[in-house]
Design a protein. Structure first.
Length: 462
């Protein structure tokens, strides 16, 4: 493994990815020369450039590290980089130090008191909430988050003191989380997902079992009560459950809404914490908060520090992200890209805005996921009043014959449903009168947010 002290330059292939950009920021912070390549510009890459990190967007071997720099350069890449990409081929054939993002994260967390947040859904929110609670306490932390914290405007947190805690989002894609050996860990969900990698649910669960087996001796796993966790996965740790609906070690009690904020008492193994409040919307975020509070308590954050910090949590960009509130329409953008996530988001909107007409725009993510879960996507989207289904965002995949958005639409029962193109927006919204508008998906649908907000502002004035 690399010796960080001997590295002078860090070059990232796919630097605009959420995990990659956090690494770029970290290495720049510790004084390394940082630059890289990405396929397209984005809000993240533009922010990195403003921070002094050079990025190019076309294959250009004139901008990559030279052979003379090979000994003092580390190249970090994501699994999304094609193996025949010219820059990747150059690095591989010339013997550069090449590492996956997950390997570098594993290296950076070793020797720290790692808090790893895993799960097929909810991990970004729990990671960000946990980081916020530690950051607002005397404990403090490093944090590598899988989203942009709205509290801090970044996906990387650095401690103000000599904290040895590091909060890391533990991604199951490509079995990346198996690079981590945490002291404390959370599992939020273990659903069938990334079946292009795993094949079936049993293999997904096996990977989570392997993750649990890597928790350090004497460490802790906090898991969602509904999950089928086998305590034999690791006999050398302690297990605790959390829930908002069932009896659990950490449980939200007496949940109620006052002036749009959730209020609840938190049952813990250390006694109840009374009068907690969460202003960030969505009942699923109360459940996420229970997990985050558990991790904070295990890390040494006091009950009073939690009570003070939690109401000030403002969320994550693209996670139940309220982007516009007008007299006619409220607009929420969300990263939901799995059927269970879609259902949770839509039901949370129903709870918050009972009786309102909900129009949802969904961009399916990956051909394999669409193929594997078409019926489940259809059932979740049927919870809307109007459904606008975009073309599939392919990400790292090539098209699959017979797999397109129509396979979801054909299984839906909702009458008000159409297939549409990205170029149809935002004008297509003239055909609808949404009281609540949702954009949903993990592709490039986020690039529609600003035009939609501008459209809604104009409509408010009509």
């Amino acid at each position: 493994m690399i010796e960080i002290d001997k590295i002078e330059r860090v070059y990232l292939l796919g630097i605009g990815g959420i995990g990659m950009s956090a690494l770029a920021r970290y290495f720049q912070f510790i004084g390394k020369k940082v630059d890289g390549y990405d396929k397209t510009t984005s809000a993240l890459t533009l922010d990195l450039e403003k921070e002094g990190i050079a990025i190019h967007y076309n294959e250009d071997l004139q901008k990559v590290p030279t052979l003379a720099e090979k000994g003092t350069t580390v190249v970090i890449y994501t699994p999304a980089v094609p193996i025949d990409f010219s820059e990747f081929v150059y690095f591989r054939e010339n013997g550069f130090q090449l590492y996956k993002r997950s390997q570098i994260l594993g290296l950076l967390t070793s020797g720290k008191r790692c808090i790893a947040i895993a799960g097929t859904h909810g991990k970004t929110s729990v990671t960000t909430m946990t980081s916020h609670l530690l950051k607002q306490s005397r404990v403090d932390c490093y944090a590598f988050m899988g989203g942009i914290s709205k509290n801090y405007g970044t996906n990387l947190l650095l401690p103000q003191n000599n904290s040895n805690f590091i909060v890391a989002e533990a991604d199951e894609f490509d079995r990346s989380f198996l690079q981590l050996h945490p002291e404390l860990a959370v599992i939020t969900w273990m659903d069938a997902d990334h079946l292009d990698i795993y094949g079936d649910l049993a293999s997904v669960i096996k990977a989570f079992a392997d993750f649990v087996s890597q928790i350090q001796e004497g460490g802790i796993l906090l898991y969602k009560q509904d999950l089928d966790i086998d305590f034999q996965w690791n006999k050398n740790i302690r297990y605790f459950s959390y829930s908002i609906t069932k009896e659990a070690d950490f449980q939200a009690l007496r949940i109620h809404i006052v002036d749009g904020a959730y209020h609840f008492d938190l049952k813990t193994p250390f006694g109840e914490i009374k009068n907690l409040s969460l202003t960030y919307p969505g009942l699923m975020n109360v459940e996420n908060a229970v997990a985050a509070c558990g991790m904070a308590l295990f890390s040494g954050v006091s009950k009073d520090e939690i009570r003070v910090a939690l109401p000030h949590y403002t969320g994550v960009v693209r996670r139940f992200d309220v982007r516009f509130t007008g007299k006619k329409t409220i607009y929420i953008d969300d990263y939901a890209h799995h059927p269970r996530e879609l259902e949770a988001t839509i039901r949370s909107v129903r709870d918050l805005y009972p009786g309102k007409r909900i129009t949802g725009i969904f961009q399916p993510h990956l051909f394999t996921r669409t193929r594997d879960f078409a019926a489940d996507f259809a059932a979740a989207l049927d919870l809307l009043d109007d459904a606008l289904i975009m073309e599939i965002y392919p990400a790292r995949e090539l098209p699959i014959e017979g797999v397109d958005s129509d396979i979801i639409l054909s299984k839906m029962k909702l009458k008000s449903r159409i297939r549409c193109q990205k170029t149809d927006f935002p004008e297509i919204l003239d055909n609808y009168h949404p009281e609540i508008l949702l954009t949903l998906g993990a592709g490039d649908i986020d690039r529609m947010v600003a035009p939609i907000v501008s459209y809604l502002i104009k409509k408010e004035d009509v």
